[in-house]
Design a protein around this ligand. Structure first.
Ligand code: SAH
Ligand code: SF4
Length: 351
């Protein structure tokens, strides 16, 4: 029975880190090792109640049923594009809608997860931004997006999710504590068992939190840069008025990158705004000596926002200038545009 009510008096054990779960169990007067036992059940496919946890006594399972619960997400809508991209809209207990996008590529699957319902950052070209922030997600709501997609893939006899990207709705670093909790669970080998190499957190540039993420994790970092000069960037991304390009790139240069890994620089190409050869050359200048690769995202147009995608030749010229300067620059066509699953199109409208 789907149960994601946040006003439930029962404690949701999904979304607690192992340490938090241990504190909870010890407070019940049980030995701490029971927490590890419960934790390793919580994230398995098909687990929705305590009755399946056969290495706990019947009495303890019954006690847990009375005080705790295991949440999951309620699917509001599932849409599949011709290329196999699946967009899930989940309805949360307070009726907020969040979306996740599962993107198949040959035998591999990338899941794009949301960290907030809406977003407060107000980037001019982004539909999620134009809806404002409804609220941040709990760690359970983040992790449950992954569990839902994983369960569906496994039930269909398909492979596992290979990559997780925090590129859905919201600004993950504006919900740092719950992001950290979710990451702890996602990478724990008794949790979802993802390697940190397979997880990417994307940010519009909240500099102190980039530093914290670098100090506390080894996940990949993606930066939504989108402009090479402060005037343009401040117009497009209001966060730039607080942390400008110099501060942002300083944090990127200081980010502790494991060997052979690079920061992903995302650059939305908006016709007539940031797509000229001069912009490309300025980008080369500011990225000097940063270990990075560049993803060029031709703007996904929306009805309500005034931005247009540049002509293909303009996009290719921009790419060519970066490549000639020695950068890896890839043109990324967003998948699933026909079901509004592409970057910047996630608006979580109620159906
Ligand atoms: N808030 C984080 C995570 C969202 S990632 C961030 O901004 O990095 C979503 C990516 O899609 C970001 O790089 C975002 O800038 C980009 N995006 C937003 N609107 C877009 C649009 N209309 N076309 C193409 N990409 C867009
Ligand atoms: Fe928020 Fe990212 Fe959209 Fe900006 S681009 S409004 S930070 S989701």
């Amino acid at each position: 029975m789907p149960d994601n009510s946040t006003d439930s008096p029962l404690t949701d054990l999904r979304g607690l880190t192992l340490q938090e779960l241990t504190d909870f169990i010890v407070e019940l007067g049980e030995p701490g090792f029971r927490a590890r036992q419960i934790f390793s059940w919580l994230y398995r496919p098909g687990i929705s109640s305590f009755s399946a946890m056969t290495n706990l006594s019947l009495a303890f399972r019954a006690r847990l049923e009375n005080i705790a619960r295991i949440s999951c997400l309620r699917v509001d809508k599932r849409e599949e594009a011709g290329d196999g991209t699946v967009k899930y809209a989940f309805k949360l207990a307070d009726n907020a809608i969040i979306e996740s996008v599962l993107i198949p590529d040959n035998d591999r699957h990338t899941l794009c997860v949301s960290s907030q319902a809406g977003c407060a950052m107000g980037c001019a070209f982004c539909l999620t931004g134009s809806m404002g922030l409804r609220r941040s997600l709990t760690a359970a709501e983040i992790v449950n997006q992954v569990i839902h997609a994983r369960n569906e893939l496994e039930a269909g006899g398909k492979d596992r999710i290979n990559n997780l990207v925090f590129m859905g709705m919201g600004e993950p670093l504006a919900n740092y504590d719950n992001l950290r909790r979710a990451l702890d669970i996602l990478i724990d080998d008794h949790g979802l068992d993802f390697s940190q190499r397979r997880i990417t957190v994307s940010t519009c540039g909240i500099v102190p939190k980039i530093e914290q993420l670098g100090a506390e994790t080894r996940v990949n970092l993606a930066i939504s840069l989108h402009a090479a000069d402060n005037e343009t960037r401040s117009r497009l991304l209001p966060i730039n008025q607080t942390y400008d390009i110099a501060a942002l790139l300083k944090a990127c240069r200081a980010y502790p990158l494991p060997k052979r890994r690079r920061i992903m620089i995302e650059y939305v190409l908006l016709a007539g705004i940031n797509d000229s050869p001069g912009d490309a050359r300025q980008l080369i200048k500011i990225l000097h000596k940063l270990r990075c690769k560049i993803n060029l995202l031709p703007c996904n147009e929306t009805e309500t926002l005034p931005f247009k995608r540049p002509e293909r030749a303009v996009v290719e010229k921009f790419q060519q200038i970066l490549q000639e300067a020695g950068y890896t620059a890839i043109i990324r066509e967003s998948r699933g545009a026909e079901i509004s699953a592409a970057c910047g199109q996630l608006a979580g409208k109620n159906s």
